[in-house]
Write a protein that binds this ligand. Sequence first.
Ligand SMILES: C[S@@+](CC[C@H](N)C(=O)[O-])C[C@H]1O[C@@H](n2cnc3c(N)ncnc32)[C@H](O)[C@@H]1O
Length: 222
Amino acid sequence: GGYEYTDLLKIILSRSARSARLTTHFDLDFPKKPQTEPYYCYKHGRICKPTTEAFKFLHRYSLDTLRRIREFAAVRTDARVLVVHGDSREADFPPVDGVITSPPYVGLIDYHEQHAYAYHLLGLEDRRESEIGAATNGKGLKAQEDYKIQIAKVFRRAAQAMPAGGHMVIVANDSANLYGDIATLSGMEVEYVIHRQVNRRTGRRAGEFYESVFIWRKPGGV
Ligand SMILES: C[S@@+](CC[C@H](N)C(=O)[O-])C[C@H]1O[C@@H](n2cnc3c(N)ncnc32)[C@H](O)[C@@H]1O
């Protein structure tokens, strides 16, 4: 009907659908087949059972989503927010002071595939052929070289929207050590690199994950 917050209900439904999938707890990101029987769980170190009902997730995420909205309402301003569902190699960037981004990495994830439930539930257009670094294309040398070129295209475009001296902050787990070359290809100066350990919330290797924060500067300016 004309209920005002159907978009919010869809978000709750989509979050619940992700959690209610028949997957193991230690492989939420890359499930290979439905898990229908109890199994030894590497994450919890015991036998776990796949979920048999979605209601508890709907309940949990309804409350959690309300809590997040309340938290956000306290800091919300009337700043204009624009979301563009586009290929960042071609999208028009409005003029910005700086950029903060968590780009896709090479050969790690097929985002459309991993979030197929959300694309279906939210009626989003499937644009998987535009994914940069898609896992289906592997992480070999050829994939890495292509990734550097494609992602640098995005950074060059974003840099055009920034003033000289503006900063770009990029979060990535650069295991193949590509970001030095990518900075050069993007015409950016590397100002600082921070390496930090991340406590993974999910997955088998929880707690053993590192990522880098690259701080780049657009040449020129003061
Ligand atoms: C590491 S994730 C970052 C997710 C985001 N920071 C968030 O919290 O939702 C990388 C994202 O880049 C998207 N992506 C991949 N190729 C893209 C492209 N050509 N244009 C725009 N986004 C792309 C992926 O679909 C994925 O959502």
